[in-house]
Design a protein around this ligand. Structure first.
Ligand code: NAP
Length: 351
């Protein structure tokens, strides 16, 4: 089978480097174009990536010349789809231009996420949202987004609980510095410190969670009706967002029942056997002091950073308490986007 030619927008950053790693030897896609800012364009990818986030720069991408992040430059390169790891301000126009030129765009940026016709897709959670793209007015292309990095973990903790009736959700995050990008947080600000504020993060978590867990009614998303209340902090951890979650449930439940519900949770990517899908989307940690970013993010067979880890499952009255851990740059970013493209291909949307 011929592989589809993929461009990576913002390939030299935290998320871009994860795209390069995940797409190396991918069965459906091959990276044929990479872009960066004016600081990187014109250099080889190897020279432009003067720091390595993943410790993995594959041969076939190392020697590609980094292109300007510009629609014309990309379209000259005969690409079949793009993955976007651009800052939202840069992504907005460029993603529109590429979709209008017939290119499918799988984006990490928040620029188009809340548009009515753009899905925030997580195929295990809301596969029916993919067909929102049929109402996009682009000529052949389309835009599919994945969620903000904290939201992408939270919805795995919530989706399996929906049969118990969710009344409200309170989430407190402990977010890694890599979530802010290569130059996001100054070392003097974060070392030995905790910053109880992340710009726009709490609003994104509330809006995106309710939208992802909402129903697709005739091509319009009706957001989930329960309340979500988020508080976010940046902590001096390199990778992995830890989240403390408290959920008020309508039905009676036991902790064992919830653990079983998480353990048995599967989605369409698992049924379809998609290459980036983890064997189990949720891994329940039984130890009393887990999950932890330094111990539970490691990549191994069956979980290449795509499984969400849940632990410390407890009951207080009719409230469920637990911690979850999500790899912000993989399940929260590049891996999520690649899984979305695999899912779109499985649904016949990528030729
Ligand atoms: N980090 C995460 O965990 C995470 C998770 C979910 C979503 N996201 C989203 O993913 C996107 C990328 O995040 P990141 O963490 O990878 O950021 P990053 O490390 O700062 O990388 C940004 C990338 O965009 C390029 N870029 C920056 N300004 C540009 C401009 N004006 N024109 C063209 N290219 C430009 C950079 O190129 P140079 O290297 O040449 O400057 C780099 O390749 C953002 O929208 C972010 O919100 C990030």
């Amino acid at each position: 089978m011929k592989k589809l030619k993929a461009g990576i927008l913002g390939a030299t950053g935290v998320v871009g480097q994860q795209f390069v790693r995940i797409l190396s030897n991918h069965p459906y896609f091959e990276v044929t174009a990479v872009t960066g800012s004016t600081k990187s364009s014109g250099k080889t990818y190897n020279d432009a990536s003067d720091w390595s986030f993943t410790n993995f720069l594959p041969e076939e991408v190392n020697n590609l010349i980094v292109l300007d992040t510009d629609a014309k430059a990309l379209l000259r390169n005969d690409i079949d789809l793009v993955f976007s790891a651009l800052p939202a301000s840069v992504a907005y126009d460029l993603e529109n231009q590429l979709a209008s030129a017939g290119v499918p765009v799988f984006s990490n940026a928040s620029a188009h996420r809340m548009k009515e016709s753009v899905p925030i897709l997580i195929p295990e959670i809301n596969p029916s949202h993919l067909n929102l793209v049929s109402s996009q007015l682009y000529d052949g292309g389309f835009i599919v987004t994945n969620s903000n990095c904290s939201t992408s973990g939270l919805v795995f903790g919530l989706k399996p609980l929906m049969d118990f009736g969710i009344e409200d959700v309170v989430v407190t995050t402990y977010q890694a510095v890599s979530g802010a990008g290569r130059n996001g947080v100054g070392s003097m600000d974060i070392l030995g410190n905790v910053i109880p504020y992340i710009t726009n993060e709490e609003t994104k978590i509330v809006q995106e969670t309710k939208r992802i867990l909402g129903k697709n009614e005739n091509g319009k998303i009706v957001p989930a009706s329960f309340d979500v209340n988020a508080s976010c902090a940046r902590v001096p951890v390199l990778n992995g967002h830890l989240e403390s979650v408290v959920v008020q449930l309508e039905s009676e439940f036991s902790v064992d029942q919830i653990i079983e519900t998480y353990n048995s949770f599967r989605g369409e990517p698992q049924t379809l056997g998609l290459p980036t899908a983890p064997t189990k989307p949720i891994i329940v940690k039984q130890e009393p002091d887990r999950p932890q970013p330094t111990r539970d993010l490691s990549l191994h067979v069956g979980d290449l950073g795509m499984a969400v880890k849940i632990g410390r499952v407890r009951k207080h009255k009719n409230r469920l308490n637990f911690f979850l851990l999500v790899h912000n740059a993989i399940r929260g970013a590049a891996g999520a986007s690649v899984l979305n493209a695999e899912f779109a291909r499985a649904k016949g949307m990528l030729e």
